[in-house]
Design a protein around this ligand. Structure first.
Ligand SMILES: [Zn+2]
Length: 245
């Protein structure tokens, strides 16, 4: 019996030892678990920043207005620049101007520019400067409008949608087409109005080109709320203006 008792005591002692080892292992597990809790955030934050970077890239692609266009690689061959030689646009699409703050002096307008202004070369100031159709379509109207002087509006199609193209500050006394006539892209049809003349509405000699989405045209050259610019299209997104002399 004494031998059996020794065995029982040995087994109990062994079990106790096992329990002690196990409970200490659990504690160290909790500790290492704790230390994992401390080190864990580093891993998720690293992967978070990666996924944020991915999200940012996706967001940028979605919000980038140029995402659907690659003007330099694939200019729209149906569309052409309106002048043969152009200077850097002093009033690009969307610029906010006011009499106190404008690239043009004096400035009489205030608001966001709904078109692109094409500046002439200095040596062309006293020469006839031809204006070419930027797209193919019928002439909708030829008239004088306050702020523009002479204006021609052309009906065109862009990406299967109706648009209206506004050519402002042109010499409509010398225009070669009439309302209702078809005007092909690239065809010369008028010259710019003289500098500071009635047909330029007193403005410098230049072309204002506006692209209106849709058919019910709004000829405003400036809008007071930036969100209204979404009704117009930036011509620089249609034709790569950087590759013109
Ligand atoms: Zn303009």
């Amino acid at each position: 019996m004494a031998k059996a008792l020794k065995i029982i005591i040995f087994v109990i002692a062994l079990a106790g030892l096992n329990f002690w080892v196990w409970s200490n292992w659990k504690k160290s597990d909790v500790k290492s678990g704790n230390s994992n809790v401390i080190s864990l955030p580093a891993l998720p934050s690293a992967s978070d920043s990666n996924s944020n970077a991915d999200n940012n890239t996706a967001d940028n692609q979605q919000s980038d207005p140029l995402a659907d266009w690659a003007p330099a690689d694939s200019p729209n061959s149906d569309y052409n620049p309106p002048l043969l030689h152009i200077d850097i646009s002093r009033k690009p699409f969307g610029i906010l101007v006011s009499p106190e703050n404008s690239p043009i002096s004096p400035e009489k307008f205030t608001g966001y520019h709904t078109g692109t202004d094409f500046e002439i070369a200095v040596e062309d100031l006293n020469k006839d400067v031809s204006v070419f159709a930027v797209c193919s379509g019928d002439v909708e109207s030829v008239e004088k409008i306050s702020g523009y002087g002479g204006v021609m509006v052309q009906k065109c199609i862009l990406n299967n949608e109706d648009i209206r193209v506004i050519y402002g500050h042109i010499n409509i006394d010398k225009i070669s087409i009439k309302e209702g006539e078809y005007l092909p892209s690239g065809k010369e049809f008028v010259i710019l109005a003289d500098n500071a003349s009635e047909l330029s509405s007193g403005e410098r000699k230049h072309l204002h080109l506006g692209i209106w989405k849709g058919t019910k045209i709004d000829v405003r050259g400036y809008v007071q709320d930036e969100s209204e610019l979404s009704e117009w299209i930036d011509f620089g997104l249609i034709v790569d203006l950087n590759n013109i002399e």
